[in-house]
Ligand binder design. Structure first.
Ligand code: CMX
Ligand code: CO
Length: 146
């Protein structure tokens, strides 16, 4: 069951400058940064709020590692902006299967590694009314904070 908005993914050309904008304009601090080679991104997670199910909601800033990556291709075509939305679930495989049964293309046979130890998959934007949609099972924030 999808229980929350986990994050909104935003494509940018300069991660540090974009993070500075979010800090100066809204007061959102970078909680975590990492490079995900498989996804072709350098990313920064800005924690917005906790949620009733023990999860959290984030802004995910994404700078492509190369022009051929999904975010690199998308930026070349669209410029900076909202790249995807991500819904949180305790069981990404079950929700991916529900989407599959509904006739939506799920991009991965099994979930892959996402931010902060999460497990992720994507639904094809052409099957989702134009929205690239990610499903995420996160490590609970308390565990992340250690
Ligand atoms: N949102 C909406 N539509 C999108 C899109 C996006 N983010 N990315 C691509 N599309 C559309 C394109 O506009 C294009 O539409 P038209 O045919 O009408 O022009 C169509 O999908 C095909 O696009 P493409 O540029 O040829 O790109 P590909 O088919 O090679 O790849 C996709 C599209 C969704 C399969 C690829 O972006 C992908 O695998 N995404 C999942 C992985 C990802 O995005 N990783 C980065 C984020 C990592 C994270 O969140 O942690
Ligand atoms: Co994402």
């Amino acid at each position: 069951m999808l229980t929350r908005i986990d994050h909104i993914g935003i494509a940018c050309t300069d991660l540090d400058a974009t993070a500075a904008f979010y800090r100066t304009t809204y007061g959102f601090e970078v909680f975590h940064t990492e490079v995900n080679e498989e996804q072709g991104v350098r990313e920064a997670m800005l924690r917005i709020n906790g949620t009733d199910d023990g999860g959290a909601s984030w802004i995910q800033l994404l700078q492509p590692l190369d022009a051929d990556s999904p975010v690199g291709k998308w930026l070349a075509k669209n410029g900076e902006g909202v790249h995807h939305i991500a819904f949180g679930t305790a069981d990404v495989e079950a929700d991916a299967e529900t989407a599959r049964q509904a006739g939506v293309r799920v991009l991965y046979d099994t979930p892959r590694a996402g931010s902060m130890g999460s497990r992720i998959t994507f639904l094809h934007p052409k099957d989702c009314h134009g929205v690239l949609t990610e499903l995420v099972t996160a490590v609970p924030p308390k565990a992340v904070e250690g």
